[in-house]
Design a protein around this ligand. Structure first.
Ligand code: ATP
Length: 288
């Protein structure tokens, strides 16, 4: 009798229902994990933080039966869902659009290594040309974190990358030359985009707002930005809040190649889910 009570009924634990429940939890967990990874260091992440604070207050008010606070929190949480849909409407629309394209229109051709290499060569060629002629330029390249909100501040292009087009964009006194070019997913998404200015007091005084904007973007995203100085013709790169100045053509090529061509298989695998999710939502790079 005692023995029978101690026995574990494995068949009731390993049932199809429980397997599906487990898959269900895994999918939700994966979705939330990827979403947080994408939103990290973006404005949306701060909004999400605020939402979690309200959620925490709501849980506490429910636990301690603080009825008025509970009622207010319920309303805030309900309306914030509607608010989020309104605020992120462009991102949601773009995400659904990409999702539809993935299923019905087929995918864009692969062969990622060649287009990546072409992009890097075009960038180096254009920067070299502009540097020699003192044409100021600001070019931001998206990595894992979406630059959509910055691209949206400029003029939409959605064009193939070529050194000629990049040079043309930055020719002084033309409509697109002021501001930054944003490159996403091997395309020039926008020109004349506005980037956030860094407030770092360690940026050398001789550098103006073009360089400050490049550092600013690198502080809030993992993007790489190339700056060609109108004053000196010098080429700089900003990444993770740091600026590397006066790069030679070879140095520029090496940095870009390391980040966009010579990506190790390990890193590619590690970013697979992020890239897949970014492709779906129209966010990050989908080149590998
Ligand atoms: N927040 C910004 N976002 C995008 N582009 C910007 C921003 N601020 C300035 N720029 C660009 O930089 C130009 C002004 O450059 P400024 O001379 O102040 O900078 P700089 O760092 O000294 O660069 P340069 O060496 O080329 O003169 C603007 O005309 C504009 O094209």
């Amino acid at each position: 009798m005692e023995d029978r009570r101690m026995q574990i009924d494995w068949s009731s634990i390993i049932s199809w229902t429980n397997v599906f429940n487990l898959i269900d939890i895994l999918i939700v967990w994966l979705f939330i994990y990827q979403l947080l990874k994408i939103l990290k260091n973006t404005k949306a992440f701060n909004i999400l933080n605020g939402f979690f604070i309200f959620l925490l207050i709501k849980i506490i008010s429910t636990l301690f039966q603080l009825r008025t606070v509970d009622w207010i929190m319920n309303n805030i949480i309900q309306w914030s869902v509607v608010g989020a849909i309104v605020i992120f409407q462009p991102e949601i629309r773009r995400g659904l659009d990409h999702l539809g394209q993935q299923f019905f229109a087929g995918k864009r051709g692969t062969g990622a290594r060649n287009p990546n290499e072409k992009m890097v060569r075009d960038l180096v060629e254009a920067c070299e040309y502009m540097g020699k002629r003192r044409i100021g330029a600001l070019i931001s390249l998206q990595r894992s974190q979406p630059l959509n909100e910055f691209a949206a501040t400029g003029i939409r292009l959605d064009s193939a990358i070529s050194s000629q087009l990049l040079i043309n964009i930055f020719i002084p006194n033309t409509p697109l030359h002021d501001g930054a070019v944003i490159i996403q997913d091997l395309q020039i998404t926008s020109a004349a985009s506005y980037l956030p200015l860094s407030e770092n007091s360690e940026i050398p005084k001789e550098l103006g707002t073009r360089h400050r904007a490049a550092v600013g973007l690198s502080e809030v995203t993992d993007a790489i930005t190339i700056v060609v100085s109108e004053e000196t013709g010098g080429i700089s790169i900003t990444e993770r809040g740091e600026i590397t100045r006066d790069l030679s053509q070879d140095e520029l090529y090496t940095i870009l190649a390391d980040n966009f061509i010579n990506i190790s298989d390990e890193e590619t695998n590690d970013n697979f889910l992020t890239n897949w999710f970014n492709q779906l939502t129209g966010g990050g790079k989908s080149d590998d």
